[in-house]
Unconditional design. Structure first.
Length: 372
């Protein structure tokens, strides 16, 4: 049973949930990284302790942060008797791929509405794997067109199936999806209680559609943790704001307390939720030089792979704070939201020509960003 349900059993009765992941995900101290940073920055770290939460290992089929959200989103879809899901993302969306993989495992048909993004090897891999697991892929040239095209698909599937697909917002970031990261904070509290790590002074995580970071903050407040959430913006500013974070927080809390009035009434704490805008760079999906350095450093020291769109930028924020002495004598936790499960063998014989023609460009044109 997940940590949230152990503490609030009524939530287990009231919140539909599909068991998809492998919990708890490990916590690992980054001792070799600490040594490398002390060589790089001198005594600026002091007695700092650096850890990583390995959500990259969250699922046997596919890891990353989306598994936590999908346990509640797909649980709700199954509870409502839906036959399909419909979600949104960029062409190489990790969220769309994760939804396709776990929807199939749950017996649901997955529809992905995808918009352009800079080309890279990871975009091609995710497209091929999405096709491999049976996702229905649709390309739209921009976000407004994607919404219009999604409406058509909703109507079409209602006619075909007698019901519309279960609608999952981009990134799985809805109050229902955020239950997964409220639970993550309670899971972390249990690991702190077991001595796996000290209570972090700060937790660094990528902020795309904000579900991960807001869920962590709400969960931390409810679990009595004092960790500051450092939400590192990796999408355009219109998708990531303090106003949106507060709104998500309120809506998610309201649903939790409706399901179980014993769940504590907590407030959004501006001092404990920091939104960082300085690591975004040129555009979504384009890694910054700092992110590329962060990717190399974590791989070289700890053998942990991250990427340039989300986790590389979030980890670069941690390194920037270490360089500035802001982590001196502190415990910092990096929440690795990337998938580390290798599915290369599964797509080795997939022909990109089987994809809808609109996606062929990603296999026939040069990369816009370097491989990470």
């Amino acid at each position: 049973m997940i940590a949230l349900f152990e503490i609030y059993p009524r939530l287990a009765e009231r919140l539909p949930h599909a068991a998809l992941g492998q919990w708890p995900t490990p916590v690992q101290r980054l001792e070799r990284l600490e040594a490398a940073l002390r060589e790089r920055f001198g005594d600026g770290l002091g007695d700092a302790r650096l850890f990583v939460k390995r959500d990259d290992l969250s699922g046997q089929s596919y890891g990353g942060n989306k598994v936590r959200k999908l346990e509640f989103l797909l649980g709700r879809a199954l509870h409502e008797g839906r036959k399909a899901t419909l979600t949104f993302g960029a062409a190489g969306s990790n969220h769309a791929l994760a939804t396709a993989i776990y929807a199939r495992q749950a017996g649901l048909h997955a529809i992905s509405m995808l918009v352009p993004q800079p080309n890279s090897p990871s975009v091609r891999k995710n497209l091929l794997m999405s096709h491999r697991v049976g996702a229905e892929l649709h390309f739209s040239p921009y976000y407004a067109a994607s919404a219009r095209d999604a409406l058509y698909q909703l109507v079409r599937r209602r006619i075909d199936d007698g019901q519309r697909p279960y609608l999952i917002p981009p990134g799985g970031s809805s109050p229902v999806g955020m239950f997964g990261f409220v639970n993550a904070s309670f899971e972390l509290r249990q690991q702190i209680g077991r001595g796996d790590l000290p209570e972090p002074d700060c937790i660094y995580a990528a902020s795309g559609t904000m579900g991960t970071v807001v869920g962590l903050h709400l969960g931390a407040q409810a679990a009595g943790l004092h960790s500051q959430i450092v939400a590192v913006r990796v999408t355009a500013a219109k998708f990531t704001s303090m106003e949106k974070a507060r709104r998500y927080f309120r809506h998610t809390l309201r649903l939790l307390r409706k399901a179980d009035p014993a769940f504590p009434t907590v407030t959004f704490d501006d001092q404990q939720f920091i939104l960082r805008h300085d690591c975004y760079g040129e555009d979504y999906g384009v890694p910054t030089p700092e992110a590329l350095d962060a990717i190399r450093l974590l791989n070289d020291t700890e053998g942990i792979r991250i990427e340039g769109t989300y986790t590389g930028k979030a980890f670069a924020a941690l390194l920037a704070d270490a360089a500035a002495g802001r982590l001196r004598n502190k415990t910092a936790l990096f929440w690795n939201t990337y998938n580390s499960r290798d599915f290369s063998a599964e797509i080795a014989n997939v022909d990109y020509h089987e994809l809808p023609k609109a996606f062929h460009r990603y296999f026939e044109m040069p990369d816009d960003v370097p491989a990470t």
